[in-house]
Ligand binder design. Structure first.
Ligand code: PLP
Length: 419
């Protein structure tokens, strides 16, 4: 409470802006994940891996826009590409060359995406992938996982959400093939798709066991369902995403986030025999529309990021940095004797007020959210910004000095909590 009071006192401008938004946005909010009591900080500027809020505080940005901020806030190559695109005019009412070039860059990274199409968000990419799977198999059931998150209308945090789209869901335990087989067995002939994150992202950065994910590949092949890898978050774990690391070829893949260079983006793609149904030259081609699917700013920013910024070497180095940081933080928690841990892979991590191995959403049930709140406000008061729920995603500008700063702040936060 003391930390929250201190936060309120030191953020009068954010509080004032929030009060103004309350009358028109429910809770002053248009992105649920950003909300926390009493009010979130209102940002006015970002540069590299730093943010400035309306009260003039400067933060180390450890959140990285929930992975979409991989490039940081002001990469010069991306800024130049967006600026150039701006000068060529927006909303050109037709194709531009950039969309084919961006698709080719993505396909180079994800060979399983033999053909792909753009959307405006990861949510939309998943909605399209599911529609593609049910239409192409002429089946209805969709296997998903408790704790899975594929967008605001495709959320399985508590097993489901009242605003989810109405598919015929089968919700199984993550990392549990026995549960998968038990639940799928009455529906094998009606299974259209298996939609899975290779690591639960929003659900707590819980990596899927290779054996579990290979098991899902085998089940999809046996039943004729389409295996959809949602790599919206995990695509950054290697040049070709987690599918490359695992050696698994999904039938469809969805991506989003940083591939738009910081602008709104999503894509779905996969097997050519399935995706070619969208070829408008075909009789009875399937429709996939979207006014802004090929908007010039996203295409330009995305292309610049992949061509000029994100080499495989830089990505691998960032993921090694993330692995080292997580190991250091966990060693510190252990030394201090506090039941905290960071889970995750590479540059993605999630704080849990829990000891022991975490393999599925059920393992997180005992987590005390008050501990996470305390850690969040303690870090914020030390000018480190992470997600209220304890999630962090490192960006390319986040270097060794920033890792040390974060480690220092986290150690102080633990000590303050114990005091
Ligand atoms: N899939 C995963 C794994 C995600 O983490 C997210 C967003 O956090 C989405 C899909 C939805 O993407 P978007 O927020 O771009 O709609």
């Amino acid at each position: 409470n003391q930390a929250i009071e201190q936060y309120r006192r030191s953020h009068p401008a954010s509080e004032r802006i929030h009060q103004q938004a309350l009358g028109v946005l429910p809770g002053g909010n248009t992105r649920s994940v950003l909300f926390f009591d009493p009010f979130p900080p209102y940002m006015v500027r970002g540069e590299g891996c730093h943010l400035w809020d309306a009260d003039g505080h400067r933060y180390l940005d450890a959140l990285g826009e929930f992975t979409a901020g991989l490039y940081g806030h002001s990469d010069p190559a991306i800024r130049a590409a967006v600026s150039e695109a701006l000068h060529s005019g927006l909303s050109l009412s037709s194709h531009t060359e950039r969309e084919g070039l961006l698709a080719r860059e993505l396909q180079r990274r994800f060979p399983s995406m033999e053909l792909l199409r753009f959307t405006n968000s990861g949510t939309e990419a998943n909605l399209m992938a599911l529609a593609t799977a049910t239409a192409s198999t002429e089946r209805r059931k969709v296997l998903v996982f408790k704790g899975g998150y594929h967008g605001g209308v495709l959320a399985f945090g508590q097993g489901g959400s009242p605003v989810n789209v109405p598919h015929e869901w089968i919700v199984a335990r993550y990392n549990d093939l026995d549960d998968v087989h038990a639940q799928v067995s009455p529906h094998r002939k009606d299974l259209a798709a298996i939609l899975v994150e290779p690591m639960l992202g929003s659900g707590g950065c819980i990596p899927g066991d290779p054996q579990f994910l290979h098991g899902l590949r085998a089940l999809a092949s046996e039943t004729g369902a389409l295996l959809i890898f949602d790599e919206v978050m995990t695509s950054r774990l290697s040049f070709g995403g987690r599918q490359q690391l695992l050696g698994i070829r999904p039938d469809l893949t969805t991506i989003g986030k940083y591939f738009g260079g910081g602008l709104t983006f999503g894509a779905f793609g996969g097997r050519a025999d399935v995706m070619s149904r969208y070829d408008p030259r075909r009789p009875q081609a399937w429709q996939h529309a979207g006014t802004f699917n090929n908007n010039v700013l996203t295409m330009a920013a995305g292309l610049a990021g992949l061509k000029h910024v994100l080499t495989a070497e830089r990505l691998d180095a960032l993921n090694r940095r993330g692995d080292a940081l997580r190991a250091k933080l966990n060693a510190m928690f252990e030394r201090q004797g506090v039941p905290l841990q960071f889970s995750g892979l590479g540059s993605l991590m999630q704080l849990h007020p829990l000891a022991g191995t975490l393999r599925s959403a059920d393992d997180l049930a005992a987590a005390d959210d008050r501990v996470k709140a305390l850690m969040f406000f303690e870090l914020l008061s030390r000018s480190v910004y992470m997600a209220r729920r304890g999630f962090m995603a490192l960006s390319l500008p986040f270097g060794d000095a920033e890792c040390m700063r974060l480690e220092h702040a986290m150690t102080e936060a633990v000590n303050a909590r114990r005091a």
